[in-house]
Design a protein around this ligand. Structure first.
Ligand code: ADP
Ligand code: MG
Length: 324
């Protein structure tokens, strides 16, 4: 990309002001020099977004810039890590000033909200692909992991489920809030930090509740029962469902179980910690909802409020049924 590669770095990425004093050398040298705090473990994650695969081609540059960082911050949140630094590998088909301005503005707006500093990256020409790596800190022994759940513990989720999935499937969700949930997911960083003190295991929901809870449970060869009527659904979700014709409503009502892109946290808490944890999360946007219980029997079993078993039709469920 010769000249324009350096122009892009200079105009859109290197100009943003430094936000952290633990960045000794940021963008502009052959590598960044970063001072990790003493007595902290470094949490590192990376996610790639490919146009047409991870987002529809018509997605706005701002949404892509936000989401590329947000999905990584969501992974840090699920580890209970405090975010600090990010690197960005950007492959773009052309030097499109309006696109790059909107992309970088949204990226830095989210980065600044969590005092995350962009410390380096790579810029190349090609089909649109964005890779972000994020780094965060966690006290030794305090990181939340997917492993660690125990039978009898309660299963919780933050926020609401299925909003992004619904927005993705409706041409016009008729409600901008739903669209925002798809395009501008808010990483649950504060919840992750609080949960260090309470959760025995945690994961962020990117592929759908059943799939991601399934990953968490599989590690310890556990199962769960889920109260599907307790799954948190937003007002906007319920409102949009009401105006759909019954056919599509039937098709969409399992979105809170199976749709991806929620970027909420799913976590397990031993009963004696639940009261205090609920109180603290209630003070954080999104809050949390108790949706089920960890069980020794593998597989995820769903129940209605009247106790009747419910067998989800959503694809992916089979991976997590009781047959190993
Ligand atoms: P090198 O050839 O040594 O890899 P580059 O020309 O690729 O150097 O990058 C120059 C500097 O700009 C490096 O510090 C790199 O980390 C940074 N950089 C390149 N692309 C980006 C980007 N998209 N966002 C942030 N920093 C970037
Ligand atoms: Mg390079």
């Amino acid at each position: 990309m010769a000249e324009s590669e350096f122009d892009i770095i200079r105009y859109y990425f290197a100009r943003h002001r430094a936000s952290r004093d633990d960045v000794l050398v940021g963008i502009g040298d052959d590598a960044a020099l970063l001072q990790a705090p003493a007595g902290r473990v470094l949490a590192v994650c990376l996610d790639t977004l490919v146009a047409g695969v991870h987002f529809p081609p018509e997605t706005s540059a701002a949404a892509i810039g936000h989401k590329a960082l947000a999905v990584n911050l969501s992974d840090l949140a699920a580890m209970g890590a405090e975010p600090a630094w990010a690197t960005l590998a950007l492959t773009v088909p052309e030097n499109d000033a309006a696109w790059l301005a909107a992309f970088s503005d949204a990226f830095f707006t989210l980065a600044d909200r969590y005092t995350v500093q962009l410390v380096g990256g790579d810029t190349t020409r090609g089909p649109l692909v964005i890779t972000v790596q994020a780094h965060g800190f966690v006290p030794p022994g305090k990181a939340l992991q997917r492993q660690g759940a125990r039978p009898g513990e309660r299963i919780y989720v933050t926020g609401t489920l299925g909003d992004a999935g619904l927005a993705l499937r409706m041409n016009d969700p008729g409600d901008n809030w739903l669209r925002k949930r798809l395009d501008f997911p808010e990483p649950r960083i504060e919840a992750g930090l609080v949960l260090r003190d309470y959760a025995s295991a945690a994961i962020d929901i990117s592929d759908g509740l059943l799939a991601d809870l399934g990953h968490l449970l599989e590690i310890d060869r556990l199962g769960a029962s889920l109260r599907i009527d307790a799954l948190p659904r937003s007002e906007a979700f319920l409102g949009a469902m009401q105006v759909l014709d019954p056919d599509r409503r039937g098709q969409f009502h399992e979105l809170p179980l199976g749709a991806g892109d929620d970027y909420e946290l799913c976590f397990t808490v031993a009963e004696q910690h639940c009261g205090e944890m609920e109180e603290r999360l209630a003070r954080i946007p999104g809050g949390c909802r108790w949706i089920g219980v960890v069980e020794a029997d593998q597989g995820i079993r769903c129940y209605r409020d009247d106790g009747a078993p419910y067998r989800p039709a959503v694809s992916g469920y089979q991976h997590f049924s009781s047959t190993p």
